[in-house]
Write a new protein. Structure first.
Length: 320
């Protein structure tokens, strides 16, 4: 393992707005700082390109595991991103045009020698809902379409289905419909904007009520040995912590390990070092590559250091 003092730049949402007890990005920064590494903090608005070179207006930052006082931010300085050993791209969705532009800037930093986690091309290519199509053997029946008639036919075929937009996060705009539901047309019209946008419809998996929507975290392609099962409240269908679900850790089972074995090596090969698989009833429903969470909850429940494992993976890549 490298003894070099790495410089890690972190692109994220405003640090003053995070919830430190739950924030996986803060866990990553704390893990880097424990190793004596230098941290720089940036937001998307701090990135730019000049003559093909990626720059950032970066703030040196120190972090603390303190829910009332978790950071000290220094004065900004212009930073050539390729002068960093690693850049963590941890900006939350929406995955909009501005996000895509930022990945182009980060790709120029990668081309000049910085390790970008996760890899910018992968962030663009791997839509968190659509990319499940590359692993159909791991997934429940899924339809991605703009055609509302096809959505109705899928709902009749499955009996019950989950419908959601392709760009959402945190449980936003997720609907559960039964065949014959009189609201189905309104939901399909809303999600597709009357057939002008793609949306996803998946078979409803009833296990979510009892065993939850499990987050399996992959670090450099290898699964963390425990999953965070997010169990919906009795008043909601959504297994999302942001929507009020309860996070309960559990050991991985054989099916989790099989899913990780199918998907993890592909993601590692494509430079996706920190990924969250959403698993319901043994089926992958999403492959989260932008800013997966759940590390702090697993750390607390099982005495892990998930972010530390990522820092070890980064050090290995920098050494390699």
């Amino acid at each position: 393992m490298t003894a070099k003092r790495l410089h890690v730049a972190v692109v994220m949402d405003p640090i003053e707005d995070i919830k430190p007890a739950k924030d996986t990005t803060l866990a990553m920064m704390l893990a880097a700082q424990r190793r004596g590494w230098h941290l720089s903090y940036l937001e998307l608005r701090h990135l730019w390109l000049r003559d093909g070179v990626a720059y950032g207006r970066a703030h040196p930052v120190e972090v603390r595991d303190d829910g009332a006082d978790w950071y000290t931010r220094g004065e900004p300085e212009t930073l050539r991103l390729a002068d960093c050993d690693a850049v963590l791209m941890r900006k939350d969705p929406p995955f909009d045009t501005e996000y895509i532009y930022a990945t182009y800037i980060l790709e120029r930093a990668e081309a000049a020698g910085a390790l970008v986690v996760n890899r910018p091309q992968g962030l663009r290519d791997m839509n968190e809902k659509v990319y499940t199509a590359w692993f159909p053997e791991c997934c429940a029946p899924t339809l991605i379409t703009r055609d509302m008639g096809d959505m109705h036919a899928f709902l009749r075929e499955q009996g019950r289905a989950v419908c959601k937009p392709l760009h959402g996060m945190g449980g936003r705009s997720i609907f559960v419909l039964d065949a014959g539901d009189k609201n189905a047309s309104v939901v399909f019209e809303t999600l597709t904007e009357y057939g002008t946008r793609y949306a996803i419809v998946q078979r409803y998996i009833p296990d979510i009520v009892t065993t939850g929507d499990a987050r399996v975290i992959l670090v450099d392609g290898e699964p963390v040995p425990y999953a965070l099962a997010r169990i919906p409240s009795s008043a909601d269908n959504r297994g999302n912590l942001a929507a009020g679900a309860k996070g309960v850790g559990r050991p991985l089972d054989d099916r989790d390990r099989w899913l990780a074995g199918r998907i993890g090596p592909v993601l590692r090969e494509r430079g996706m070092l920190f990924v969250g698989l959403d698993v319901i009833g043994g089926f992958v429903t999403e492959i989260n590559v932008t800013s997966p969470t759940g590390a702090r909850e697993l750390d607390r429940q099982f005495g892990l250091d998930v972010a530390g494992a990522l820092m070890d993976a980064i050090a290995r890549r920098v050494d390699g």
